[in-house]
Design a protein around this ligand. Sequence first.
Ligand SMILES: C[S@@+](CC[C@H](N)C(=O)[O-])C[C@H]1O[C@@H](n2cnc3c(N)ncnc32)[C@H](O)[C@@H]1O
Length: 320
Amino acid sequence: MFDNEVASQIFVPFHEYRRPMQVERLFQGSSELVVEVGSGQGEFLVQQALERPQCRYIGIEMDWGRVRKICQRVARLEERERKNAVDRIRIFHVDAWIFFERMCAPRTLDELVCLFPCPWPKDRHEHHRLFSNEFLRVLNSRLKEGKALTVVTDHLPYAQWIEEQARAADTGFDLKLEETGSRFDTKFERKWRAAGQDVFYRMEFTKARNVDMPLKEDISLKAYYHQKFEPERFVLTDESAGQAVIFKDFLYDPRQKKGVVQVVVSEPHLTQHVFIGIVSTEKGWCVLKMGGQQVVPSDGVARAIELVSRAVEQSGRGGL
Ligand SMILES: C[S@@+](CC[C@H](N)C(=O)[O-])C[C@H]1O[C@@H](n2cnc3c(N)ncnc32)[C@H](O)[C@@H]1O
């Protein structure tokens, strides 16, 4: 069962929402703001929101199936608790990097928590690990002075890796690492407990100094116009310096005089599939990001549109 009423109240449609996040528009009141990274099925998020009426909770989760489960969990609460949870929980279906770099203003959070982050145990997957030095610096900048981030992992090598990351360059945190027992009753804690593990690793990062990491702002994406376009002479070349722009496909409909280019744009912590249109208009051939896509307007997307525009111009001059 998917309760649309509960979902419409607690789920924040990230791409339609103004950035940076305006907390006063998300919730009533001005109580402490806690963010949980990777909320999974929401056991901890919902239980904490009910137990700590002095706090408002934001859950960040990039798996849609789990976002649904969090909404279902809230919908199943008895009426009084449900109202309480609906007033004080919001869920973002988004990658944590996007949330913290682009959505969450500096010095706005009272508490951060992440339970059992994906450990990526194989060496070749290490670059997928979330709690890198750079990520810790971004988290520091989003916390208020003296506030803390707690990370609990089942995987000692990941805890040790995070400790190394915290030492690699100043993250502005004082760090305490200790063993802990099972106490959160989340899906992943239950999984490890069932496999016989009863010691976990708790890392508490207290903000001792501020690290300045400004918000990444959205770019306003330009549309380009050209008098000529020759689809059969249209050649796109991938770019891999700085942000990578990889061209995947080009479709052209001569009856509608309309082309679509599919690209993958890879920037630090952000990979997006983008459709760029080449459309005949009264002002000429227009190159622009097509509507109806959930795309973060970034430098890389602006660059991809510019590259398509150049290729359109080149085609009109007789090709490369
Ligand atoms: C191992 S699970 C733990 C879930 C939950 N905390 C628990 O204890 O059951 C890690 C969760 O983090 C989410 N996740 C991983 N990387 C993420 C990211 N970059 N942004 C948001 N969520 C992420 C995954 O989708 C997954 O639900």
